[in-house]
Design a protein around this ligand. Structure first.
Ligand code: ZN
Ligand code: FE
Length: 256
């Protein structure tokens, strides 16, 4: 029997998503990142949940800025990347790729996805087909490569690509509409992408989220995840070189 998880998603700050993950059997609740502590406390209270853990993906203030306030308010335990332990306020339990984080009975495996930051991690609940990917991957996009190298980021994206295709990617930002405008410049003839963009426009004009994103759909449309395709490599001018192709696409997006 699978463990049921209740995932509550809500907008935070300008374009972040907040996530509370509740495991009813144990009553435990994890805050995935802490963009805005007060919003998290409000959303938890509305549901009658108590935040027992914080799980950080990386150190950026729109992800870990609310840690200490949440800890002070709830006494929660803070789990986060060992690779940036000194930058994660209140960290209790450092995690690295291959570790397992438990929320009550539900297990999430920790995946190293450095590049945006050097210690960035993601959390994969295989039993729930859900992955919390922070700023590593977005719908039709990926995080800017601030601290790592292009090759490092590509290796990280390959780990995400290797998850089961039916995995829902819970990204930390609603950047999809602007990512879509860029993606069509890279693959103007991609039919699945055109259909996705039409759906995105409809969601956004109705004020609805485009996140989570189904990995299967991202594999067919997200240019950053497609750097290993020969046609993409040829179009970007780096035949046979996925990481250079990824770097070219990332560079074009940075200048877009
Ligand atoms: Zn970030
Ligand atoms: Fe962010």
């Amino acid at each position: 029997m699978g463990i049921f998880l209740d995932i509550h998603q809500f907008p935070c700050l300008n374009d972040n998503y907040g996530y509370l993950v509740h495991e009813p059997a144990s009553g435990q609740t994890a805050a995935i990142d802490t963009p805005d502590a007060e919003r998290y406390l409000e959303e938890a209270q509305k549901r009658g949940w108590t935040i027992t853990q914080v799980w950080n993906t990386h150190w950026h203030p729109d992800h870990a800025g609310g840690n200490l306030r949440l800890k002070e308010a709830t006494g929660c335990r803070i789990l986060g990347p060992s690779g940036e332990a000194e930058k994660i306020p209140g960290l209790d339990q450092p995690l690295k790729g291959g570790d397992v984080a438990m929320l009550g009975e539900a297990a999430a495996s920790v995946i190293d996805v450095p590049g945006h930051t050097l210690g960035h991690i993601a959390f994969h609940f295989a039993g729930q087909s859900a992955a919390f990917v922070g700023d590593a991957v977005f719908a039709l996009g990926c995080g800017r490569v601030f601290e790592g190298t292009m090759d490092m980021m590509w290796q990280s994206l390959k780990r995400v690509k290797a998850l089961p295709a039916k995995t829902q990617l819970y990204c930390a930002h609603e950047y999809t509409a602007s990512n879509a405008r860029f993606a069509v410049t890279i693959e103007p003839e991609n039919k699945a992408l055109k259909e996705y963009v039409a759906w995105i426009d409809k969601q956004r004009s109705n004020g609805l989220p485009t996140v989570p994103a189904l990995l299967e759909r991202e594999l067919a449309t997200n240019p950053f995840l497609r750097a290993d395709l020969p046609a993409m490599q040829l179009a970007m001018g780096f035949p046979g070189n996925a990481s250079a192709t990824f770097g070219e696409i990332r560079g074009r997006k940075d200048r877009f």
